[in-house]
Design a protein around this ligand. Structure first.
Ligand SMILES: *Cc1c(COP(=O)(O)O)cnc(C)c1O
Length: 399
């Protein structure tokens, strides 16, 4: 698969990792990179739409879960996503700069200093306190376009949101504000990835009670939503008017308890180059601290990726080379890692190495790296550093 040449050059300098745009593949010259398949994203989006039976709001926060903010958003927009969501307003503004024109919702709180810019760019905002309404009222007079807002309700996550008791009054106030369109009302599950947890029923019950109340008062907004990927997959009753999906879109299981059904495809493969091959004598110490010492003459390869790229230092890892697993030997360095090539002496400098994803018949899924690193696949993907260029592959059906 050949990367597309993308004329949009990367500009990381002032915006940091959230705003990764695809680099021209032949230009980055990096010894490690991640390949992103728009076809896999399109495939996963359409599976989710079929399965949920309602529109999908594609969640592309945190640099598209490591896939690149613009990469992910362009792929889902082209594939017909109804809307997308980010955590922070700077991410939403970056999407507009990247030419994304579908609705974008900021799921978190937007600081007053950026409200005006958000409104001018037709970015939808989440509100949940009276202060948010006041701040909105202060900037609305000057803004070019009306505000589109979603009211967030906290039904049990104890993070952001108005209490279900406070929500109806806020809705009334919002409905009285000129130039404000209340497009949505939403909540978020704390334990959707563990479907049997009783709090899921409790949260849905609270949310439904609120919907009944506001429905009777004629205050129900057009878009009511609650489900993330795990809830969209396991809780048909919580799909409401749209589902907000992140992890499933990228082809990754929401949790061990909520595996994806057949037909989803991981969209990202993390690769590196074998940069050097050496034949070491017996008794050679490898890497910092000499944690590994060769027992006999051994062929050892140096791969151009390290913890500075987000590949963790935990010992015991494996990489794929020539379609086979090879063990990491010695400590992972900031920019390099060493592997034993005794079983694959034919490996040459320049060969492609896979850290995450498939190679030939082998694969290292994000779920496996997460288990090894004692975390969740979300953190594995978000942990791939900004210095790892993202290459958008040509659109074709996923293999
Ligand atoms: C991140 C996020 C999502 C998406 O969650 P996934 O588990 O990745 O599907 C949905 N809603 C909110 C409020 C979020 O913060």
């Amino acid at each position: 698969m050949r990367p597309i040449i993308n004329p949009r050059r990367n500009s990381l300098s002032s915006h940091g990792s959230a705003l990764i745009l695809p680099l021209v593949a032949t230009e980055h010259g990096s010894s490690t990179w991640a390949e992103v398949s728009p076809a896999a994203l399109a495939n996963n989006l359409s599976r989710l739409q079929d399965l949920a039976g309602v529109p999908v709001m594609a969640v592309v926060k945190a640099a598209g879960y490591g896939h690149g903010l613009a990469n992910a958003a362009r792929a889902v927009e082209a594939a017909g996503a109804a809307s997308c969501a980010v955590a922070r307003v700077d991410e939403a503004l970056a999407l507009r700069r990247a030419g994304i024109s579908i609705p974008v919702l900021v799921l978190g709180e937007t600081p007053r200093s950026l409200l005006r810019q958000a409104l001018d760019q037709a970015v939808s905002l989440t509100v949940f306190t009276r202060r948010h309404l006041q701040e909105l009222a202060e900037v609305l007079g000057d803004a070019l376009s009306p505000a589109t807002v979603h009211l967030k309700v906290d039904t049990g996550m104890s993070r952001l949101g108005a209490s279900p008791e406070a929500a109806p009054e806020l809705l009334v106030e919002l409905s009285r504000m000129k130039q404000v369109e209340v497009a949505g009302l939403f909540t978020h599950f704390a334990c959707a990835d563990s479907p049997e947890t009783p709090s899921n029923d409790m949260q849905e019950h609270k949310f439904r009670a609120l919907l009944e109340k506001i429905g009777a008062a004629g205050l129900r907004p057009p878009w009511v939503h609650a489900a993330n990927s795990a809830a969209a997959l396991t809780r048909p009753s919580a799909r409401f008017d749209l589902v907000r999906c992140g992890i499933a879109l990228y082809g990754i299981d929401p949790s061990d308890e909520v595996p994806l059904p057949k037909g989803f495809v991981p969209a990202l493969t993390w690769k590196a180059k074998l940069v050097h091959v050496q034949d070491l004598p017996a008794g050679a110490g490898v890497s910092y601290g000499h944690d590994y010492i060769t027992e006999h003459a051994e062929r050892v390869g140096v791969v151009g990726v390290g913890y500075g790229d987000g590949y963790r230092r935990q010992p015991g890892g494996e990489l794929l080379i020539l379609g086979a697993r090879v063990p990491i030997v010695g400590r992972v360095c900031m920019d390099q890692v060493m592997v034993s090539l005794d079983q694959h002496p034919e490996a040459q400098p320049g060969d492609e190495v896979v850290l995450l994803g498939p190679q030939g018949r082998e694969a290292i899924p994000a779920e496996e790296l997460a288990r090894r690193w004692g975390t969740i696949p979300y953190e594995v993907l978000c942990g791939i550093s900004a210095r790892v260029p993202r290459e958008l592959l040509e659109s074709k059906r996923p293999g």
